[in-house]
Design a protein around this ligand. Structure first.
Ligand SMILES: CC(C)(COP(=O)(O)OP(=O)(O)OC[C@H]1O[C@@H](n2cnc3c(N)ncnc32)[C@H](O)[C@@H]1OP(=O)(O)O)[C@@H](O)C(=O)NCCC(=O)NCCS
Length: 138
């Protein structure tokens, strides 16, 4: 599941989560890629989010897409009082970023297909979206 809020020229990524049973297959990368494509199509200039400082898996994922640490919110999470890192990714409207998104798309989708997932495009959807069919049982 991935979600963003468009606020002025900013894409605030509010949720990015993959069910534990389906992690480490590349779903989060596909979701984040789609969120950034949507942000670009909406004319947004920046993407931002908060992430727990201990969440090294998510931080590694965001850094792969060019997010950088822009600050820290102290005791942001009420349950554990843990700090949040504020991550930012600028230049969403640059042609360089457009090319990066295009370059990333094929290997991301190929990884899922190699694991047996079938990607179904929705041509009439206003946003680029993917329906995923699970691998068939033997
Ligand atoms: C973070 C999360 C979304 C990653 O989902 P995922 O589908 O497993 O991620 P992907 O398979 O696309 O992996 C993307 C990259 O993230 C990094 N990564 C993901 N899980 C990792 C882990 N357990 N340890 C280290 N790096 C990890 C790796 O760089 C990985 O690339 P690789 O598999 O080629 O090495 C998932 O672990 C999750 O839902 N966590 C709970 C919710 C959460 O923390 N969301 C982020 C809040 S901001």
């Amino acid at each position: 599941m991935g979600c963003l809020w468009a606020i002025l020229d900013e894409a605030h990524i509010t949720i990015l989560a993959v069910h534990p049973a389906y992690r480490r297959q590349g779903f989060a990368q596909v979701l984040l890629h789609r969120l950034l494509v949507i942000a670009r199509q909406r004319g947004l200039a920046w993407a931002t989010l908060e992430v727990r400082v201990s969440n090294s898996a998510a931080i590694a994922l965001y850094q792969r897409f060019g997010f950088q640490v822009a600050g820290r919110r102290c005791r942001y999470y009420p349950d554990t009082q843990e700090d949040a890192l504020i991550l930012w990714r600028g230049q969403l409207q640059s042609s360089e970023f457009q090319h990066l998104l295009q370059d990333w798309q094929f290997p991301l989708e190929q990884r899922l297909q190699a694991l047996g997932w079938k990607l179904l495009r929705s041509p009439n959807s206003p946003c680029p979206s993917l329906d995923l069919r699970p691998p068939l049982c033997e």
